[in-house]
Design a protein around this ligand. Structure first.
Ligand code: HPA
Length: 234
């Protein structure tokens, strides 16, 4: 048990999928895992452990934003010895060629600040994904026929953004999409020698202002979970 996770030591698997939304953790566990067990409900941040193709997997909600994800990822790594942490979540598209429902595999995550900012001082650390996970996720996505983009994303501290000038520079520099968690996950994985990746479904678009209709969300998010599971155990 930690401050924010009620699970017993052995209740968390070495591989953890982390959606922002605790109800998406429940849905993904019920849909893709067998023999599931609720392992955390502290603050309603649901976590489940089950089995996928014979492999133990935990799906633990991270909450929204890097301060929240940082709490769960720190405890999963330091107290439960999680080795592979894959964020599964949504993002806003930032390039014309990136469409709604497409999957983005975040090779890097640029950011203005993460909860780890304080330790870097003048260094602009470049948070990046684990290459093995990234390559395996890409081949799983190609096998599924999912339209997939690999490249840099932007981890923002705000959903209701007031810096159109900054977004313009992101678009100009090829950033594929925006979300709010990956940069801190990658930074923690680098610090503790763990594997991390963010597999993201484009749910809305900053340039076209399209958004994924609610009815379509489940199927699109399902592709992302399957890609993450295939990558973890490739
Ligand atoms: N901004 C930040 N995070 C997001 C977005 C967005 O537009 N869409 C999904 N997650």
């Amino acid at each position: 048990m930690t401050i924010h996770i009620g699970a017993k030591k052995g209740d968390i698997a070495p591989t953890v999928l982390m959606p922002g939304d605790p109800y998406r953790a429940k849905w993904a566990a019920e849909t893709f895992l067998t023999d599931i067990k609720l392992v955390n409900e502290v603050r309603g941040m649901l976590g489940f452990t089950g089995t996928w193709n014979g492999h133990p997997v935990t799906i633990q909600g991270s909450g929204m934003g890097m301060p929240s994800l940082s709490i769960y990822a720190n405890e999963l790594i330091k107290d439960y010895d999680a080795q592979t942490l894959i964020r599964i979540g949504s993002c806003g598209g930032m390039q014309d060629r990136v469409g709604i429902r497409d999957v983005i595999l975040a090779m890097t995550a640029s950011t203005v600040s993460t909860p780890s900012r304080g330790i870097f001082k003048e260094l602009q650390f470049a948070p990046c994904a684990d290459y093995g996970l990234l390559a395996a996720a890409h081949s799983a996505a190609v096998d599924k026929g999912t339209t997939t983009h690999v490249g840099g994303i932007y981890s923002s501290d705000v959903f209701y953004d007031e810096r159109p000038d900054l977004n313009e520079q992101m678009v100009r520099h090829g950033i594929l999409g925006v979300e709010m968690e990956a940069a801190e996950l990658y930074t923690l994985a680098a610090r503790y020698g763990r594997r991390a990746l963010a597999v993201l479904t484009v749910s809305d678009h900053l340039l076209t202002h399209e958004a994924l209709p609610a009815a379509d969300r489940e199927r699109s998010f399902g592709d992302m979970v399957e890609i993450a599971l295939a990558a973890a155990f490739a």
